[in-house]
Design a protein around this ligand. Structure first.
Ligand code: ADP
Ligand code: MG
Length: 237
């Protein structure tokens, strides 16, 4: 039997919040469908990384989360896998429009990586992913969004542009991820982030990931998350 406290100590894992779900040891503990398990295996992911062990049960339980862990620790799958479950759980998926999962990332490159990772798991479930960042003409992006999708991966600036021209609505969005929040702040995206958050219904699930937690991010987290669980993996600044 895993001694959670000893295990967490050995990896410098700190968890705070009330009624925190226990970490998982293997992906099967998450109750993922066979279809999702096979997509995970196809990726060559044999077992969850430490941040995934902690975050997956928390996010799957519907809780908000602040995840702090360094680059390369597997944060993307920690929010993409529960997002697939969240979307598949929606009743009458086809009836409404607009993305259910909205992910904001600081740069085109990072957003593109998340887009690729999301597509790997979304495709086999018939879930459509749209990329919303520079590099594609705004007209093409408008058309793609109008065709419909369940997941949007975006940089904040371009997402605001697309919302302004009504290429999409956020009325259906219930799963919001702010990835690399510290870098988004460093790049001056705080107003855009606040605007996006303000357009997503308050009963959403909100996930915030960051490598560091400066005071400004703490403040944002307090404002936009509801009873979050905070998970820190490793010694981070
Ligand atoms: P982060 O966002 O924390 O910087 P990523 O989500 O980009 O990290 O993951 C880093 C790398 O680890 C990626 O190449 C990803 O495919 C891989 N990876 C993620 N989870 C696992 C896992 N459970 N097993 C093996 N590799 C994984
Ligand atoms: Mg990342």
């Amino acid at each position: 039997e895993l001694d959670v406290t000893e295990y967490q100590k050995s990896l410098a894992i700190r968890v705070s919040g009330f009624d925190v779900p226990r970490p998982i040891k293997i992906f099967e503990d998450s109750g993922f469908s066979l279809q999702l398990m096979s997509a995970i295996t196809k990726q060559g992911y044999e077992k969850p990384t430490p941040i995934q062990c902690q975050a997956l049960p928390i996010v799957l339980s519907g809780r908000d989360i602040i995840g702090i862990a360094k680059t390369g620790s597997g944060k993307t799958a920690a929010f993409v896998l529960p997002m697939i479950v969240h979307i598949m759980d929606q009743p009458e998926l086809e009836k409404e429009e607009g993305p259910i999962g909205v992910i904001c990332a600081p740069t085109r490159e990072l957003a593109h990586q998340i887009y690729l990772e999301s597509k790997k798991f979304a495709k086999s479930h018939g879930i459509r992913v749209c990329a919303v960042y520079g590099g594609m003409s705004k007209l093409d992006q408008f058309k793609e969004l109008k065709a419909g999708c369940e997941i949007v991966v975006a940089t904040p600036g371009r997402l605001i542009d697309m919302l302004k021209i009504k290429a999409l609505t956020m009325l259906r969005a219930t799963y919001l991820v702010l990835d690399e929040a510290d870098r988004m702040f460093d790049l001056g995206f705080e107003p855009q982030i606040r605007s996006v958050v303000g357009q997503v219904r308050p009963d959403r699930q909100t996930l915030l990931f960051s490598a560091t937690m400066p005071r400004k991010i703490e403040k944002l987290a307090r404002e936009i998350l509801t009873d979050p669980v905070r998970v820190t993996v490793g010694e981070v600044g």
